[in-house]
Design a protein around this ligand. Structure first.
Ligand code: UD1
Length: 414
C-alpha cells in the first residue's frame, strides 16, 4: 500500500505553477465528442479521471492521444453510444458524457453513477432537463438508456448544479433550437466550457451568470483550447503554506477564482497579495475566523473546505464551518483528530477549536479533498505523519509530492 511520509514543521518557500483544472477538463473532453474534427486541448492534467475520460472517448470510437500535457481528440467517426460500467464507476463525473453522447449519437447508454464518498449524488436534474428537451429515458437495473432527438427548451434548475449545467450545455449545443438554462451554476469551469464550445463554433452565451442561452444545431468544427488553472489545487497549496508557515507564490491561476479562499486566509492573519495569474501568501500564526459557509460560486467552494479546515485546526481561537453542498463531507475530521485537532461535528456544522500544535500520526485519506487536507495538516504538524489512501488524492493532484518538494516540504511517496 503506498503512503506519503511527511516530516512536519518545515516552512514552505518558493513558487509553484498549478496544473489545468480537473473539473474543467472533464466536460471539455466530453465536448470534443460534439465536433467531427480534431480538437487540441492544452494544459490537460495527467489524472486518473482524465485517463478514464480518454478511455471513454476511445471506447466510443474516437482517437484520443496525449502528448505531454496536450491531448488531441479526433471525433470524426464515433461509432458507439454506450459507456461501459467499469469506466462509469471509475469516474463518478462520467455522467458528464450523457449530454454529449446523446447529442452526437442520438442515443446514450450508461449506468447511473450512484453514491460516492461525499454521500448520495443524485442526477435527477440532469435527467429532468434531458426529458424537457424531448429525450426519452428508460431507467432499468441501475442502467440508463436515453434516446433523442433533442430540441431546445427552457430549463429551470432548482439547484445551480455544476454537472447538470454542463450536461445541458453539451446536449443543447447538439439540439436544434434555443435552450435557456435558468439558475445555471456560475463556476469558472462553466465559463471555460463555454469558451471551448465557442471555439468549436457553438453559439453559447451567458456562462458566469445565472442564465445561459444556447442556440443549438450548428455544425461544429475542430478547435484548440488551454484549460484554466485549477483553483482548488491553488487553494490547497495556499492552505499548506498557511499551515506549515513560510511564504509561497502560486501561479497559473486567476486570483479572482480564489477570492473567498484568500479572504479567509487574510482574516486568519496571513498576508495575501494577488496578481492576475498568481497569488502570494506569507504565513503568520493563524487565528480563528468568522463562519465559513460553503456555497455555489462565487461563494466559498466546498472543495476547499477540508484543506482550509486542516490549516485552521492549528490556530488561536475557534472557527465554525457550515457545509451546505454535500451531506457527508467531514470524513477528514476523525483523521485530523488523530493528529491532535479538536473539531466537533454536528450535521452540517463543524466547530474547529484551534490548538497550539498538531502532531504527526498515521492517517488515511477517505476522499480527494479530505486526503489533501491531511497533507496540509501533516506539513504543519510536529513529527512524522504517514498518509494512506493515496488513490483518492491522485484523482485531483498530478504531482503533489513534486510541487510541495519544490517549495521545500519534507514529503515522499513510499
Ligand atoms: C462539481 C465538482 C465538485 C464540486 C461540486 C460543487 C466536477 C467534476 N465536480 O460536482 O468537485 O464539489 O461541483 O461545487 O465538476 N444535485 C442534485 N441533483 C442533481 C445534481 C446535483 O440534487 O441532479 C445536488 C448534489 O447532490 C449536491 C448539489 O446539487 O448536493 C451540488 O452538486 P453539483 O453542483 O451537481 O456537483 P457536481 O457537478 O457533481
Amino acid at each position: 500500500m503506498s503512503a506519503y511520509i511527511v516530516g512536519g514543521g518545515r516552512p514552505l518557500e518558493g513558487s509553484v505553477e498549478v496544473h489545468g483544472a480537473k473539473n474543467s477538463v472533464l466536460p471539455i473532453l466530453a465536448a470534443c465528442l460534439l465536433a467531427p474534427e480534431e480538437c487540441v486541448v492544452h494544459s490537460c492534467p495527467d489524472l486518473s479521471d482524465v485517463t478514464a475520460s480518454l478511455d471513454i472517448l476511445r471506447h466510443l470510437g474516437c482517437r484520443a492521444e496525449r502528448q505531454g500535457d496536450t491531448v488531441v481528440v479526433d471525433a470524426s467517426g464515433p461509432t458507439g453510444c454506450d459507456v461501459p460500467d467499469a469506466l462509469m464507476r471509475e469516474m463518478r463525473s462520467s455522467v458528464i458524457f450523457l449530454g454529449a453522447v446523446l447529442g452526437r449519437m442520438g442515443e446514450a447508454k450508461l449506468c447511473t453513477p450512484g453514491g460516492c464518498e461525499l454521500g448520495p449524488r443524485p442526477i435527477d436534474l440532469h435527467l429532468a432537463a434531458i426529458r424537457a428537451m424531448g429525450g426519452s429515458i428508460e431507467e432499468r437495473g441501475g442502467g440508463l438508456h436515453c434516446t433523442g432527438p433533442l430540441h431546445g427548451a427552457d430549463v429551470v434548475l432548482s439547484i445551480p448544479s455544476v454537472g447538470a449545467t454542463e450536461n445541458i450545455m453539451l446536449a443543447a449545443v447538439a439540439a436544434k433550437g434555443t435552450t435557456t438554462i435558468t439558475n445555471a451554476a456560475r463556476e469558472p469551469e462553466i465559463v471555460d466550457l463555454q469558451t471551448f464550445l465557442r471555439q468549436l463554433g457553438a453559439d453559447v452565451r451567458g456562462a458566469g451568470s445565472s442564465v445561459i442561452v444556447v442556440r443549438g444545431g450548428k455544425r461544429l468544427h475542430g478547435g484548440e483550447h488551454r484549460v484554466m488553472g485549477d483553483r482548488i489545487v491553488a487553494a490547497t497549496y495556499l492552505a499548506a503554506a498557511a499551515s506549515a508557515g513560510g511564504q509561497v507564490e502560486v501561479t497559473g491561476v486567476d486570483y479572482r477564482h480564489l477570492s473567498t479562499v484568500t479572504s479567509v486566509l487574510s482574516e486568519a492573519g496571513c498576508v495575501v497579495k494577488s496578481g492576475p495569474d498568481r497569488v502570494y501568501l506569507r504565513s503568520a500564526p493563524l487565528r480563528g475566523v468568522r463562519p465559513v459557509r460553503t456555497a455555489p460560486y462565487p461563494g466559498f467552494p466546498t472543495d476547499a473546505q477540508a484543506p482550509l479546515m486542516a490549516a485552521l485546526a492549528k490556530s488561536g481561537g475557534c472557527t465554525v464551518f457550515v457545509e451546505n453542498m454535500f451531506e457527508s463531507r467531514y470524513r477528514h475530521v476523525d483523521e485530523l483528530a488523530r493528529m491532535g485537532a479538536d473539531i466537533h461535528v454536528e450535521g452540517r456544522v463543524a466547530v474547529v477549536y484551534g490548538v497550539p500544535a498538531l502532531h504527526g500520526a498515521q492517517v488515511q485519506a477517505t476522499d480527494l479533498r479530505g486526503g489533501a487536507a491531511l497533507v496540509v495538516a501533516a506539513l504543519g504538524a510536529e513529527g512524522e505523519s504517514r498518509i494512506t489512501g493515496l488513490h483518492h488524492i491522485d484523482r485531483g493532484y498530478q504531482d503533489l509530492v513534486g510541487d510541495l518538494t519544490l517549495m521545500g516540504a519534507d514529503i515522499r511517496r513510499e
